[in-house]
Design a protein around this ligand. Structure first.
Ligand code: FAD
Length: 288
């Protein structure tokens, strides 16, 4: 099934992201997470991909395969290209095809100063064109409500996003954000630029201070003052911060659904408890 076709339903699409366990953790930890996420009835679950350029590591494909075959949920396999050759990418695509995984989130990947890029793919749009030419897959792409950190301007970023869609991306998932106004302005710019594919809002519930510091360093998301006050007020009380983080995410989602967002993509951080609390709070809204 094409992920883009999910947006033809009347309801708001609701999906999750999980990541493969670290090499030091057992693979079983992700299966326990998936077991619990299954009960929350997501429209699809995406699985991240390590951008290390190690094609011997097929964990994303293996987890996506379990999501499809054991849990009967539509999987979306992430795939980065900056550290890979065309041959490397072919190996991953072959394996995805053999496992019946049809939906790929095609990404450039972050540039790691310690790993010289392979240069065959400079941008996600080139990976999208490559997959499209091979055929057999439906392709999604990433987008950035506040602009990508490498971009000189929001306008350039939107023009580059249009190249991704023109190359074949049928659906977009946004980077996390904590101020919905950035998302609304971004969607408006995208529509003016002729980007007409569904755009899902990426929501990350904040559950601890270290997590937020890491995320903001990585993606540069702006922090509204009410969000900063929330962190400052509860930073030494983990349960209170967790509850406040869940409430903040629910508040963002209620506003997004009220404004007619195409879909909500929840960055679960492999934490089913948080995904469950959020899903339960918004289940009536998703269906309305
Ligand atoms: P691109 O679309 O290539 O954009 C990167 C930069 O290049 C932007 O500044 C863009 O404006 C510019 N650009 C794009 N095309 C052109 C062009 N033709 N000419 C000039 N400039 C151009 N990373 C992982 O390693 N693994 C994951 O699983 C993963 N999942 C993600 C999921 C989502 C929803 C998001 C939002 C990000 C994810 N990332 C992941 C992070 C992502 O890899 C980084 O943000 C990366 O730096 C950019 O990837 P991209 O696909 O958006 O790149």
């Amino acid at each position: 099934m094409r992920i883009a076709s999910l947006f033809e339903q009347k309801k708001t699409v609701f999906s999750f992201e999980v990541f493969p366990p670290k090499k030091t953790s057992s693979i079983d930890t992700i299966y326990a997470t998936l077991e619990e996420l299954q009960g929350l009835n997501p429209d699809f679950i995406s699985v991240t991909y390590g951008a290390g350029g190690n094609t011997g590591d097929h964990i994303t494909c293996d987890i996506a395969s379990v999501i499809k075959n054991k849990y009967n949920i539509l999987p979306l396999a992430h795939l980065t290209c900056i550290n890979d050759t065309r041959e490397d990418i072919e190996v991953v695509l072959d394996r995805l095809e053999q496992n019946g995984i049809k939906n790929i989130l095609a990404l450039r990947g972050d540039i790691n100063p310690n790993i010289p890029p392979k240069k065959e793919f400079k941008h996600a749009s080139e990976l999208i064109a490559f997959i499209k030419q091979r055929g057999g897959f439906h392709i999604s792409g990433a987008c950035y409500p506040e602009g990508h950190v490498d971009s000189d301007s929001l306008v350039d970023d939107i023009l580059n996003l249009k190249k991704k869609v023109d190359a074949g991306a049928e659906h977009l998932i946004s980077q996390l954000f904590f101020d919905n106004n950035y998302f609304y302005s971004f969607v408006e710019r995208a529509r003016i630029a002729g980007i007409n594919v569904p755009i899902e809002a990426g929501i990350m519930p904040v559950v601890n201070k270290a997590q937020i510091e890491r995320m903001v360093t990585l993606c540069g998301a702006s922090l509204p003052s009410k969000f900063v006050k929330m962190i400052q007020r509860f930073e030494h009380s983990p349960e209170a911060l967790r509850d406040a983080g869940i409430a903040y995410a629910v508040d963002q989602i209620v506003d997004l659904i009220s404004q007619g967002v195409d879909g909500i993509h929840l960055y679960t951080m492999n934490n089913p408890y948080i995904a469950k609390r959020i899903s339960e709070s918004i289940s009536g809204l998703i269906q309305a």
